[in-house]
Design a protein around this ligand. Structure first.
Ligand code: FAD
Ligand code: NAG
Ligand code: NAG
Ligand code: NAG
Ligand code: NAG
Ligand code: NAG
Ligand code: NAG
Ligand code: NAG
Length: 509
């Protein structure tokens, strides 16, 4: 055994110099992030040299890293500052997550973030120690099934926990994890696990079909594993309703096909059971629809302190009919963007007239735009309206039952609950580490009003509250949760050291 202070030095050295340099000067049995240098090195050889050191992508702006002086890289820093909230840039970096608080240890504030409202603000990085925080210290650039199998074997042998990252969109931080070995599946060959949503839309469009997916350019596999909401879901179902087959390496190391006939219990669990608990998905197959003509409603007005509540109240009034007519979309404050494949332009105009009239009366605009395809709609409206990345956002959700929209008292209850959170629920909450705890508590307590009026309903896992009370019931239903656990035990008989966000667990007590 090495004395504690040596281990500490070793750990620091690893993260501040290149791993290769480190190899030359240290003993093979030295422990690094939970495994010996020899074990890491063997793993790297087994996977063809695709083991990499994981570091926060903001590091280039800092002059201290994990407590040691380093030279900032001005041009790299400038590039990342300019693209700090650009998902297409962020998604290319292993050490960047869309919700950057998950790059950090929120318990302690250890991390390496810039000021998302002004990434050039020197206060964030001048004289500040950049720390690895919750960014995994090592990752595998996964390209083959055997890479995944090697990682599972390594994890069982060493006890090092695994995490799986695709495009890093997770709102619950499940794709990072201090001292985990990360499997970065983004570079799996195109048309398989690593594809971006916008590329699938484009590919489908070229083949005159429609793929039903999320409201963002770069969402990944986690989308379908956790449910998969599309604004076309009112008509065509969720992602989980449309996936036909997964190919997956289960935690026991076996590469399996899961569909309705083969490993159907696993197929069931993968469709919403959540994240990487049931394995690493290498490929998924989805149903498509023909090319769709869509009516889009684009309605917005300048909000002030008195015209926002009546607007939400109006949308509550019309929501049930809209849903029945195939409309789906988002209402973010005074902006509504909805689409339906089920109406023609004149029907759509009639259906949305009350909302359009309200916007116009409040100095805004409302149009019905007919688009020849989903991709045309996506390119014209979604890329500029999709959810922000870069700021530290946290979400809570509640599924509101149809019943509530179908009675006067139900609609009143819902309007009242919305009224109570309006001052709080600006489109998003921006907050700075390490003091996020209070914001998470506020999210939890504000969603409570919606829980109170929807007993027996649930919440959407992919966009849910980190502190969702009674989460087994809320996200899955208690009976389903028990069944999920039994599937987990079947395909993970060794109870492999799976991913947990250590910073998170320590803090979340
Ligand atoms: C800007 C933005 C917009 C969004 N819009 C929508 C939307 O319109 N509809 C919607 O339903 N949701 C939406 N979400 C939520 C989204 O569905 C989830 O964040 C989802 O988890 C993202 O998947 P990912 O693979 O990109 O994320 P990651 O953070 O990489 O992974 C998420 C989870 O899936 C696991 N995972 C990823 N890939 C694999 C794999 N190949 N095998 C096994 N496990 C894997 C990870 O371990 C983790 O648990 C949005 C999120 C963001 C940040
Ligand atoms: C893994 O091996 C490759 C090829 O030898 C090397 O370039 C890389 O630095 C190694 N990874 C680590 C983390 O040292
Ligand atoms: C970063 O942002 C700048 C300015 O917006 C842009 O010109 C550049 O192409 C971006 N870089 C990348 C890699 O996206
Ligand atoms: C898609 O439809 C267009 C117009 O009908 C047609 O010209 C084109 O050949 C079709 N493409 C494919 C791949 O079927
Ligand atoms: C809310 O909607 C209901 C039903 O349309 C209506 O009676 C009520 O006046 C509205 N309240 C506000 C404040 O707009
Ligand atoms: C829209 O559909 C309605 C109902 O089927 C029909 O009466 C109307 O003529 C259609 N309008 C257009 C512009 O196609
Ligand atoms: C909000 O805007 C509406 C429409 O322009 C206007 O009638 C109303 O007086 C405004 N309210 C406030 C508080 O500014
Ligand atoms: C709404 O309520 C009416 C009766 O009050 C019922 O007939 C109808 O089926 C309900 N609709 C939905 C969608 O629940």
């Amino acid at each position: 055994m090495f004395p504690t202070n040596l281990l500490f030095l070793v750990h620091t050295a690893l993260l501040t110099t290149s791993y290769a340099a480190f190899l030359n000067v240290r003993d093979d049995e030295t422990l690094i992030a939970g495994a010996s240098l020899r074990a890491w090195n063997d793993l790297n050889t087994t996977i063809g040299g695709r083991l990499h050191v994981g570091e926060p992508f903001e590091k280039a702006c800092f002059s201290t890293f994990n407590g040691n002086p380093i030279n900032p890289d001005a041009s790299a820093c400038s590039a990342l500052q300019q693209n700090y909230t650009n998902p297409l840039f962020r998604v290319q970096q292993f050490g960047a997550y869309m919700l950057p608080q998950w790059e950090t240890c929120q318990a302690t504030g250890d991390g390496c973030l810039l000021d998302s409202s002004n990434p050039s603000n020197p206060v964030a990085f001048t004289g500040v120690n950049c720390q690895n925080g919750n960014v995994p210290p090592f990752y595998i650039d996964v390209q083959t099934v055997s890479d995944i199998q090697a990682a599972l074997k390594f994890s069982r042998a060493t006890g090092v926990r695994l995490s799986v990252k695709n495009h890093g969109h997770d709102y619950k931080g499940r794709s990072s994890g201090k001292n985990t070995l990360s499997l970065w599946v983004q570079n799996l060959e195109a048309s398989k696990g690593g594809t971006f949503t916008e590329d699938v839309y484009n590919f489908a469009d070229q083949h005159n079909v429609t793929w039903i997916g999320g409201y963002h350019q770069t969402i990944g596999t986690g989308w379908v594993l956790g449910g998969g909401h599309s604004i076309l879901s009112p008509v065509y179902g969720l992602g989980v309703d449309r996936v036909v087959q997964f190919k997956v390496v289960t935690p026991d190391g076996v590469y399996r096909t899961a569909n309705e006939c083969e490993n159907s219990d696993l197929f069931w669990a993968l469709r919403g059971g959540g994240g990487s608990a049931f394995g690493v998905v290498v490929e998924s197959t989805h149903k498509v629809e023909p090319q769709l003509t869509l009516q889009a409603a684009i309605i917005r007005f300048p909000a002030n302190s008195s015209n926002l509540f009546p607007w939400y109240n109006l949308t509550v009034e019309h929501s049930l009919r809209w849903a029945q007519n195939g409309w789906g979309g988002h209402i973010v404050g005074p902006t509504l963007i909805h689409v339906t494949p089920n109406l023609n332009a004149s029907q759509a105009q009639v259906d949305m007239q009350a909302a359009i009239d309200y916007a116009v009366a409040n100095g805004g605009t409302g149009i019905i735009d007919t688009l020849p395809s989903w991709n045309a709609f996506f390119l014209k409206y979604v890329t500029s309206a999709q959810a922000a990345v870069g700021p530290e956002l946290m979400l809570g959700t509640r599924l509101i039952s149809t019943e509530l929209f179908n009675s006067t008292t139900g609609k009143q209850q819902l309007s009242n609950a919305i009224k109570d959170v309006l001052s709080f629920a600006s489109p998003y909450i921006v907050a700075g580490t390490p003091f996020l705890m209070n914001q998470y508590q506020q999210v939890t307590s504000h969603i409570q009003a919606f829980r109170d009026i929807t007993p027996g309903s649930g919440a959407y896992f992919n966009e849910g509250d980190v502190y969702e009370p009674d989460h087994e019931e809320s996200y899955w239903g208690t009976e389903n949760y028990k069944r999920l656990l039994s599937v987990k035990k079947k395909y993970d008989p060794h109870q492999s050291p799976h991913m947990l966000a250590v910073c998170w667990v320590e803090w979340g007590q």
